[in-house]
Design a protein around this ligand. Structure first.
Ligand SMILES: NC(=O)c1ccc[n+]([C@@H]2O[C@H](COP(=O)([O-])OP(=O)(O)OC[C@H]3O[C@@H](n4cnc5c(N)ncnc54)[C@H](O)[C@@H]3O)[C@@H](O)[C@H]2O)c1
Length: 270
């Protein structure tokens, strides 16, 4: 008996990285899982991995940064599985070319990052909530970020999208608590995903070295794995978290606990 038997979950950006790990973890626990992604090859591969798991999978090729893509995803899910119980608003982009201040960042890049990272949260909630109401309740969880809490130079659009994600999460939690819909977020630290690999600009042994280096920013002394975020997401989506809403959980190996005056990894703090 899986913890999400009979539940239907949509994971945006569900093919790879954190979304991919969460899609498979929900399927392991018996859920019907819609993987929404722009990357059809990776999305179909993730759904194929569900063949020998407890839950069923559906891939929807769609752009989370558009209303059409979001609506198409919800419609296909309702047609295939009869409703929506859990929405994991996970999709996010941080193109390496977007590491610019507000003067340098092209307006089109700002719009694309905000549309994919933030507007998709609003659109997916807008289209899913009526189905959650029909079912008597639901759960919405966002992949926000430690960059929604603190920041670094040169990430104006990404940081704004993540701060907005946390504000919208709180807002939705207030507006829909009466409908028994809980709304939460996770704030990952650096996680070993294609996003971080692309941002590093290197591959192979150089990438391995870069990940070790990034790990030093985290008191635990390493970067996180996508499955370590997925585990928290499944907990928040479950009835074990039934009294939680309007809150984010930071999953960052202690990074946000550290003051700017502190040293590197745990070993350096002795
Ligand atoms: N990896 C990290 O270190 C980290 C840290 C904090 C927050 N996050 C957040 O977690 C979420 C997932 O990050 P990740 O590292 O797994 O990303 P990733 O780039 O590794 O994977 C993202 C997935 O989303 C898909 N995607 C991208 N644009 C899309 C679009 N417009 N429509 C549909 N699908 C699209 C990609 O094809 C991919 O499958 C993002 O919101 C990200 O901002 C990641």
């Amino acid at each position: 008996m899986g913890e999400f038997d009979g539940k239907t979950v949509i994971v945006t950006g569900g093919a790879l990285g954190i979304g991919g790990a969460a899609s498979l973890a929900f399927a392991d626990e018996g859920a019907n899982v819609t993987v929404m992604d722009l990357n059809a090859a990776a999305g179909n591969e993730t759904v194929a991995k569900m063949d020998d798991r407890a839950g069923r999978g559906l891939f929807v090729e769609a752009d989370a940064g558009t209303a059409e893509g979001c609506k198409k995803t919800v419609d296909a899910t309702v047609e295939a599985f009869g409703g929506v119980d859990i929405l994991f608003n996970n999709v996010g982009i941080q193109p390496p070319t977007s590491y610019l201040d507000a003067v340098e960042l092209p307006e089109a890049d700002w719009d694309r990052i905000i549309n994919v990272n933030l507007k998709s949260r609003f659109l997916m909630a807008k289209f899913c909530i009526p189905h959650m109401r029909n079912a008597g309740g639901g759960v919405i969880i966002s992949s926000a970020s430690v960059q929604g809490i603190q920041s670094m130079p040169g990430v104006s659009a990404y940081a704004a999208s993540k701060g907005g994600d946390l504000s919208l999460m709180r807002q939705l939690s207030l507006d829909f608590a009466k409908d028994n819909i809980r709304v939460l977020a996770v704030n990952p630290g650096t996680i070993n995903t294609p996003m971080v690999h692309n941002a590093s600009g290197v591959s192979g042994a150089e990438l391995d070295a870069a990940l070790v280096d990034y790990g030093k920013d985290h008191p635990i002394g390493r970067v996180g794995q996508p499955e370590e975020i997925a585990g928290v997401v499944l907990f928040l989506a479950s009835d074990r978290a039934a009294f939680m809403t309007g809150e984010s959980v930071t999953v960052d190996g202690g990074m946000m606990a550290k003051g700017a005056w502190a040293g590197g990894a745990g070993a350096d703090l002795d």
